[in-house]
Design a protein around this ligand. Structure first.
Ligand SMILES: Cc1ncc(COP(=O)(O)O)c(C=O)c1O
Length: 465
């Protein structure tokens, strides 16, 4: 197909999307540093192809194939250090492994001084196997199985975040049977739901996680935990949502959690030493998003908790947070090859790539927004309004709902979708028997596979006939 076969740019009468993509950006080749991993550049010597960690994507595609996730190791480590130094020695940062976990990631976290939050037996296995000290692991989940609890207690995890009355009894029972005393936090539902720029301060008890403050369940769980053998209640945990930019939700949450600490002190004469305010801090998926820096977040949370504790007459507890997306999200991009291009007159051009909802379910699942760039070269062609779609048998198989790409885009070009480090590989599926893509870490001119691509043998091995 010739490089000029597609109608250029949106024209009068075209159905334009709202928001960020309502108009094409001034320069389609420009890279907004907010949405790209820190070492991503355009290489003039390589027709303007993107590079990460000093390695051009054209070489990466040749060596590792597409689709593939490329993770900027230096950026990952730098973000770990940013969070660590922002919170300082008096607080703990637990990386939320659900965002993306592999043994290499566990080692980087360990080396950079972060703790780790896991929420399944599989994540716990990965963490322990890669050498994360058990006391630096927190174990989450609303329905931990008996074998999972046993594995966690036997390993000596630093804390189990208890999510129900049954689980409290199970953890106590398991710990007694193993002759241990397990440190636990109780996860409470504070009645706050926060997403992106909005939060709702009431009426969100209607969910599966946690024990509600409002109905007195949280206070009852504390009463029980303080009397059970095999358990040491060390704190209260709250997690209010995801992709949050506005600290107001955390403010309400911290106020309510500290309120519970004061009630516990009044009723039981005990001051719990820890609170965990969860994760959910937002990142930039498009240029419209303005995430906060870790030091601003640390200061805001520290100030809120200190103020609330002072007014309740409590010693300030040790604070912990659990960022997942905010650490790994911006450090990776997905590289795809363009397969087919279908212009729909007066609407937009559909660009199909060699992956889709099996490697990034977020757009289909919750209308997530992403950006995209032509990665294998620069172009001075006019902007063309596109929808980047996958190769799956599902019309909702959309990777990037609205974007502008150069009108000379052609099959074989490489596209890169930034900010896919979190909840993409970890939520990847084999839908349509797709082979899940590899995760390749790139640093200082070297690229190495940290999670290999699935093979056809992998597919057939599970299908026992
Ligand atoms: C309890 C808890 N902590 C931390 C996280 C991490 O959230 P994020 O990756 O948005 O920071 C989650 C995400 O669901 C969570 O449920």
């Amino acid at each position: 197909m010739s490089r000029s076969a597609h109608p250029a740019g949106p024209r009068h009468g075209d159905v334009l999307p709202e928001g960020h993509y309502a108009a094409p950006p001034a320069d389609l080749n420009a890279l907004d540093p907010k949405v790209w991993a820190r070492t991503v550049r355009r290489e003039t010597a390589e027709e303007g192809a993107l590079s990460v960690g000093g390695v051009p994507v054209t070489r990466l595609a040749e060596e590792f194939g597409t689709p593939a996730y490329f993770l900027d190791e230096e950026d990952f480590r730098a973000r770990c250090r940013d969070w660590r130094s922002a919170f300082g020695e008096g607080a703990d940062v637990f990386y939320a492994g659900k965002a993306f976990l592999s043994r290499a990631v566990v080692r980087w976290l360990h080396e950079e001084g972060l703790n780790l939050d896991v929420c399944s037996g599989g994540e716990l296995l990965t963490a322990l196997d890669a050498g994360m000290p058990a006391e630096r692991i927190a174990f989450h989940g609303n329905n931990k199985t008996a074998p999972e609890i046993e594995r966690a207690v036997a390993a000596g995890v630093g804390r189990i975040v208890v999510d129900s009355f049954q689980e409290l009894a199970r953890v106590a029972h398991t710990a007694q049977a193993l002759g241990r005393v397990q440190r636990v936090q109780i996860r409470v539902t504070v009645g706050v739901e926060a997403h992106t720029h909005e939060f709702i301060a009431t009426a969100h008890e209607d969910q599966k996680f946690g024990l509600a403050l409002a109905g007195g369940q949280a206070a009852e769980a504390v009463r029980r935990a303080l009397t059970l053998d095999g358990i040491e209640l060390v704190g209260i945990h709250s997690h209010i949502g995801s992709q949050i930019f506005d600290m107001a939700g955390f403010e309400v949450s911290a106020r309510r959690v500290v309120g519970l600490l004061a009630e516990i002190r009044d009723e039981h004469g005990v001051e719990l030493p820890e609170i965990d305010l969860g994760g959910g801090l937002g990142i930039a998926y498009t240029s419209d998003d303005d995430p906060r820096e870790p030091h601003e977040i640390a200061k805001a949370l520290g100030d809120i908790v200190t103020r609330e504790c002072e007014s309740a007459g409590l010693a300030v507890p040790r604070i912990s947070v659990e960022p997942g997306r905010a650490i790994v999200g911006p450090t990776a991009f997905t590289l795809y090859e363009v397969g087919t291009i279908k212009p729909l007159e007066g609407l937009r051009t559909y660009v199909s790539v060699d992956g889709g909802m099996s490697d990034n379910i977020r757009t289909a699942l919750y209308d997530a927004e992403y950006s995209v760039a032509l990665a294998s070269r620069v172009s001075d062609a006019e902007p063309m309004l596109v929808r980047v779609v996958g190769k799956h048998c599902e019309s909702g198989d959309i990777v990037v709902r609205d974007a502008f790409l150069p009108a000379d885009l052609a099959p074989g070009d490489l596209l890169a979708v930034p900010a896919t480090g979190a909840y993409c590989r970890s939520m990847a599926s084999n839908y349509n028997h797709a082979l899940r893509p590899p995760v390749v870490a790139v640093r200082d001119g070297q690229a190495r596979v940290v999670v290999r691509r699935e093979t056809e043998e992998d597919l057939l091995r599970l299908d026992v006939g």
